[in-house]
Each structure stands twice: as C-alpha cells, then as structure tokens.
Design a protein around this ligand. Structure first.
Ligand code: ADP
Ligand code: 5GP
Length: 216
C-alpha cells in the first residue's frame, strides 16, 4: 500500500507584472513531469513572441462567447477589457490522471474555481513592493503606459481580495520563489484530508489485526 493522492488543483494569482508567468516557466523547467499547466483562452492580442496554443489560445470575442455557451470553460472573467477563461477538458483529464494542475488566473476566476472545487489551493504572488511592480511592468515593455496604469489600478483592487488565498508568495529572488511554490504544492499532498483512501485502507487492515487477536 503506497500513499498516493489525487492531483492537486492549484490556482496562482497575483498582480500583472508580479512574475507569475516567469515563475511558472521555471517551475515547469525544473519539475515539468509533476505539473500540468493549464493554457487559458483569451481575447487579448498576442504579445511579441507569444504563439497560439503556447501562452494562450488566442480567440475572437465571438469564438470565446461560443466556448462560454458550450460550457467548455470551468470559469471565465473579464480583465481590463478582455475575456480570459480556463478550458475544462484538459484540467479534468489531468486531475483524473493524478497530475497536479496549475491555473494561472486572476482573482474573480480563482474565487469561482474555489467555489466549484473547494479543495483548490490558492497562491497569491506579489513583488517585494509596489515600486518594483511598476518597474517590472515597465521593464517588460509589452504594454503601453495607459495599459500599465490600468493594470496598477487593478492591482490596488486585487489586493483587497487577498484574504481568500491560502499562501502569499513574495517574488524577490526568482529561484527561491520557484522553490517555495514547489514546496507548498508538494506539502499539500500530506494533508490528512487529501489521503482519505490511504487512511481508509489502513483502518481496514488494522481492524483485521484487532479481529484476529480477539479470536485468539
Ligand atoms: P506576470 O505573468 O505576473 O504578469 P511576468 O512573469 O511577465 O509577470 O514578469 C513581469 C516582468 O518581471 C518580466 O519582465 C520578468 O522578466 C520580470 N521578473 C519576474 N520575476 C522577477 C524577479 N524575481 N526578479 C526580477 N524580475 C522579475
Ligand atoms: P495577461 O494579459 O497579463 O497575460 O493576463 C492578465 C490576467 O489574466 C492575469 O492576472 C492572468 O492571471 C489572468 N488570466 C489568465 N488566464 C486566465 C483565465 O483563464 N481565467 C481568468 N479568470 N484569468 C486569467
């Protein structure tokens, strides 16, 4: 009998520019066999270097609305003028196969996922300070000044909802941060509530011992 838990569904949220995408890339490089990273659908335009099916499935508003109508998304939300949503099939497949699935999504979507799957682990990533957030957003060089401003306004709203999350990850030094995320998800596997079938089996076996000894 081995201790083998179901795949854990983890949501990683955090301000735009906090470093979520960078952390996920490193986590997959280091432990890609352990994790399945869900690829979202979005109506926003690809950034330079992004390709359809790698960072996102880039879709028109009409196509996205069709996915909503078909029930093909676990959750979706509008974020700074665009739709973003999590395709259902991949997440369900991977969880059933026992892999840890990570969704990198914003807070409204995170709360919907938690409501639907209450044992979801919620992680929130921040940079060490607001000034560093602005620096990272500017340094990334992928958004106009206006979009950066609206993402900073959005960050101020998002931090109001942080208490719904389980863990805070401060992304200062990238390698440490990646280790922390990996450690937190790994530790979740040891939670008593996630080991129900192992515990049930152990109970059955121990009951057999006590029955045998009461027969002696
Ligand atoms: P998000 O996915 O949260 O919007 P990104 O992963 O795109 O954020 O990171 C935003 C910018 O910050 C990128 O230019 C990235 O290279 C940089 N960055 C991410 N993590 C760190 C870190 N620990 N130290 C310095 N720069 C970082
Ligand atoms: P970006 O445009 O910077 O790639 O993403 C903007 C925001 O959308 C980020 O906070 C990101 O986590 C979030 N996001 C990405 N995919 C999804 C999704 O499938 N659902 C929801 N609700 N948010 C998402």
């Amino acid at each position: 009998m081995t201790q083998k838990t179901r795949g854990i569904l983890t949501v990683v949220s955090g301000f735009s520019g906090a470093g979520k995408g960078t952390i996920m890339k490193e986590l997959m490089n280091a432990h890609g066999e352990r994790y399945a990273l869900s690829i979202s659908a979005t109506t926003r335009a690809p950034r330079p270097g992004e390709t359809d099916g790698t960072e996102y499935f880039f879709r028109s508003r009409e196509e996205f609305e069709q996915m909503i109508a078909d029930g093909a998304l676990i959750e979706y939300a509008e974020y700074v003028g665009n739709y973003y949503g999590t395709p259902r099939a991949y997440v369900e497949e991977q969880l059933s196969a026992g892999r840890d699935v990570i969704l990198e999504i914003e807070i409204q979507g995170a709360l919907k996922v938690k409501q639907r799957f209450p044992d979801t682990l919620l992680l929130f990533v921040t940079p060490p300070s607001a000034a560093i957030l602005k620096e990272r957003l500017t340094g990334r060089g992928t958004e106009t000044a206006d979009v950066i401003e609206s993402r900073l306004v959005r960050a101020a709203e998002e931090i109001r909802g942080i208490e719904a999350y389980d863990y805070l990850i401060v992304n200062d030094k990238l390698p440490e941060c990646v280790k922390e995320v990996h450690q937190i998800i790994s530790n979740e596997h040891y939670r008593i509530s996630r080991n129900a079938s192992f515990i049930e089996e152990m109970r059955r076996e121990l009951d057999m011992f006590s029955k045998k000894s009461s027969n002696i």
